[in-house]
Design a protein around this ligand. Sequence first.
Ligand code: TXA
Ligand code: MG
Length: 339
Amino acid sequence: MPPPFYTATLQDIQRVAQLLASGEVVAIPTETVYGLAADALNPTAVRRIFEIKGRPLIDPLIVHVGSWTQLEKLALPVTGLARLAEKFWPGPLTVVLPKHAIVPDLVTAGGGTVAIRMPRHPVMRAVLKACGKPLAAPSANPFGYISPTRAEHVRESLGERAPHILDGGPCDVGVESTIVDLTKPGRAELLRPGPVTPEALEEALGMPVTSPVREQTPADNEAQRAPGMLTRHYSPRTPLVLFPRGARPPAALKDCHKAACIFQARPAEAVAAPNIEAFWFSEDGSPDNAARNVFHLLRTLDEQFYELVAAELAENAGLGLAINDRLRRAAAKAQDNRG
Ligand code: TXA
Ligand code: MG
C-alpha cells in the first residue's frame, strides 16, 4: 500500500505539525522542490532524514525558518543578511551563516556554519507556524537522484521509506534555492546557482558575488564545499546528452532504436526522424516555465524506455544558469558511463 497523502487543509497541517513535533519525518512542498523535513533541533529525527535519503552524514542540511526571531536563535545575522532577507525572503534563497551552539552537529556535518532559508510556499509556512520549530530539510529524493517537484515524485522515488507526505501540488519554481555563503567577512560566495540570480544578489548586497560553482571545471567538483553539488547529484538512469541552445540535436540520436529530444521551447518544425520523439521544457521557452518543468520531464522520460535522451541547454544567464547547472549534473553520469 502506498503511503497516504496529507493535504493542505487546516486539519492536515495541524496533524503534520504534531508529527514533526514528535520527531517524525514528513515530505513537505516548498516553492522550489519538495523537502524531507524534521525538527532541526532533534538529532534523532534529523538522523532519520539521512537514513531515508541514503545520504552521507558529511553532507549538511538546510534549516527552514518561519521568522527572523527563529533565525536569530540558530545563527549569527551577519552584515548583508538583512539586505538579502528584505529583498528575497520569504523565497528561494539559502544563506550560509555562522551557527550558534544550539544547532546539532548532525545538521551541519560538524561544521561551524549553518545554511538557513525562509521559504515562501504557503503550505510550508503554515507548517512552520503550526509546529513552531525550525525544520531541517534536504530535497525529498533518494541521494543522487533528481529532486521532486510533485508529491507523486516523492512517493515514487522514496516509496514506503517516506511514510508521511504532504501534498501541496506542483512546485512553482521547480529548481532548488540559490545558496550564498556570507560567513567570510566582506565576501559573498555563490555555492549553488538558483532562482535568485548572481546579478540580483550583487545588486541587493552592493558588492560582487564570487562564484566557484560557475567557474570550475568538472574535475574540481569532488572537492567543492556544497557536497550536494557533486557532479552526479541529479543523475537519471537513462543516458542524457546536452546540446547548445539553437544547435542541431546530437547525431547520436539517429543511431538509437528509440530516443527522446527535449528542446527549451516548442520547436517550429517537427523532428524529421521516426525514432526520435520531441519534447519541450516549456511552450514559450521562458526560463521560468522551463525551470518549473525540468525535473518533472527528466523524471517522466527516465521512466520510459529511451536509449538516449538529448536536452537543449538554456541561455546561460539568469535562471538559465540554474537550469543548465542541473542539466549538466544530470548528464554527467552518462558521460562517466562512457568513459
Ligand atoms: O530549494 C532547496 O534548497 C531545497 C528545499 C527543500 O529547501 N533543499 C535542498 O536541499 O535543495 P539539499 O540538501 O538537497 O541541498 C542543499 C545543499 C547541499 O548541497 C548541501 O551540501 C548544502 O546545501 N549545504 C547545506 N549546509 C551547508 C553549509 N553549512 N555550508 C555549505 N553548504 C551547505
Ligand atoms: Mg538535493
